[in-house]
Design a protein around this ligand. Structure first.
Ligand code: UD1
Ligand code: PEP
Length: 433
């Protein structure tokens, strides 16, 4: 086991390049299942644990994959297995997005129920309702969900009760090979949805309207290989932008697309940080006192839940009291307890955290309760007095490529070390997201 040690009190300064987006590349990998002809090459792939897990899952379905440092080659012509293995699905609930593509291509899929994770119960009812509308019949049992398609999927009009990202993606992918037109109303509008639509269209699909709340898909007979570059990771970018603000530093985040980060940029400016939006990235500079502000997470284009904990870290250093409301996931305040161990003054009232800024923060032994929580505790560690020791790093490895190296290059004092055996024993067994 390993831990990250952060020495507090440094200013981040310099330039950092963001990797391709985890949440964009995962659906692209799943969508590759749809290509019955030719080879797919995805470029700017972040070499993350989640990417490795999903690639392994594809391999177990009989698909050829080759993962390199920043690219992934997939040939799905020989897809011959339609059951996803539990040992991989349990590591990553996003693997459920192989359901739609498998049903579309093979008319059958058997996938372990993904279950909840640290941030909430995360049901899949919207995925299932949408796929049922396309003609899938589902059976549940022994912890698995099995879908069957008679003949071919048929286009339908589907209204999502909530603009779920995963459900929109699953339905969109299934509909590409369905007969006739599918319309998804109240669809998610995240940049990752647009990226998936662009990828599918490059493979031969006919998807229109992605990025709006109504997506129209006209089914095609087959899809083929393509070369495609994944969009930059707006959440990784946002994490480093907050890193610049929290340390009162100056960082150019290369590759950050400012249009994808509008709510964060607005909040940083409201607090008193300087943000310069460029064509190749975003510069964030902050000095002196920052002001408290209120934040509410919402589906895109609202403030992203995946930046909520990092924003909370920043609000700890602001003057005054801030309210931070989480509306997307019901249990995404696990980091509060850890932050309080570092001296933070935060109270939780239902879905809102009340954050008293400007209190003295001191290094402590803390654990990453989920992926973004881990990043936020590193951010607090950067401004806390003394050393912060962070464990449960498998969460961070799901979503950040070399966060230690990137922060050190910006002037932080942070290292990743092996945990000695005797310390190891006292840390609980790892749990997956
Ligand atoms: C791999 C990936 O891209 N993950 C992102 C994706 O997750 P994911 O696709 O799981 O998120 P969703 O948008 O589906 O979930 C949002 C909310 O809808 C609920 N819900 C979802 C589906 C469903 O069938 N029923 C239901 O009730 C969820 O429990 C949650 O409360 O979008 C989230 C919201 O931006 C991000 O935090 C995740 O980082
Ligand atoms: C919640 C996240 O991812 P996932 O949906 O894969 O758990 C995230 O990226 O912050």
């Amino acid at each position: 086991m390993e831990k990250i040690i952060v020495q507090g009190g440094t200013r981040l300064k310099g330039r950092v390049k963001v990797h391709g987006a985890k949440n964009a590349v995962l659906p692209l990998i799943a969508a590759s299942i749809l290509a019955s002809r030719g080879t797919i090459q995805i470029l700017d792939v972040p070499l993350l644990e989640d990417v490795k897990t999903l690639s392994q899952l594809l391999e177990r379905l009989g698909i050829e994959t080759e993962l390199a440092t920043d690219s992934l080659t997939i040939n799905a012509e020989k897809l011959n297995v339609t059951e996803a293995p539990y040992d991989l699905v349990r590591k990553m609930r996003a693997s459920f997005i192989v359901m739609g593509p498998l049903l579309a291509r093979k008319k059958h899929a058997r996938i372990p129920m993904p279950g909840g994770c640290a941030i909430g119960t995360r049901p899949i009812d919207l995925h299932l309702k949408g796929l049922e509308a396309l003609g899938v019949r589902f059976e549940e049992g022994q912890g698995y969900i099995e879908g069957f398609v008679k003949d071919r999927l048929k286009g339908a009009k589907i209204y999502l009760d909530f603009p779920s990202v995963g459900a929109t993606q699953n339905i969109m992918m299934a509909a590409t090979l369905a007969e006739g037109r599918t319309v998804i109303e109240n669809a998610a509008t995240e940049p990752e949805i647009i990226d998936l639509a662009n990828f599918l269209n490059a493979m031969g699909a006919k998807v229109r309207g992605a990025g709006t709340d109504e997506i129209r898909i006209d089914g095609v007979d087959f899809m083929r290989g393509v070369e495609y570059t994944v969009i930059p990771d707006r959440i990784e970018a946002g994490t480093y932008m907050i890193g610049a603000a929290i340390t009162r530093g100056e960082v150019f985040v290369e590759g950050a697309i400012s249009d994808h980060l509008t709510p964060l940029i607005a909040k940083l400016r409201e607090m008193g940080a300087h943000v310069l939006e460029g064509e190749n990235g975003v510069l964030v500079r902050a000095e002196g006192e920052l002001q408290a502000t209120d934040v509410k997470t919402l589906p895109y284009p609202g403030f992203p839940t995946d930046l909520q904990s990092q924003m909370m870290a920043l609000l700890l250093t602001a003057k005054g009291t801030s309210l931070l409301t989480e509306t997307v996931f019901e249990n995404r305040f696990m980091h509060v307890e850890e932050m309080c161990r570092m001296g933070a003054k935060i109270k939780i009232d239902g879905r809102t955290s009340i954050i008293e800024g400007g209190k003295r923060l001191s290094g402590a032994q803390v654990k990453a309760t989920d992926l973004r929580a881990g990043a936020s505790l590193i951010l607090v560690g950067l401004v806390a007095e003394g050393d912060t020791e962070l464990t449960e790093l498998h969460h961070i490895d799901r979503g950040y490529v070399d966060i230690v190296g990137k922060l050190n290059a910006l002037g932080a004092s942070i290292e990743r070390v092996a945990v000695p055996d005797e310390e190891n024993k006292s840390v609980q067994e790892q749990s997956y997201a």
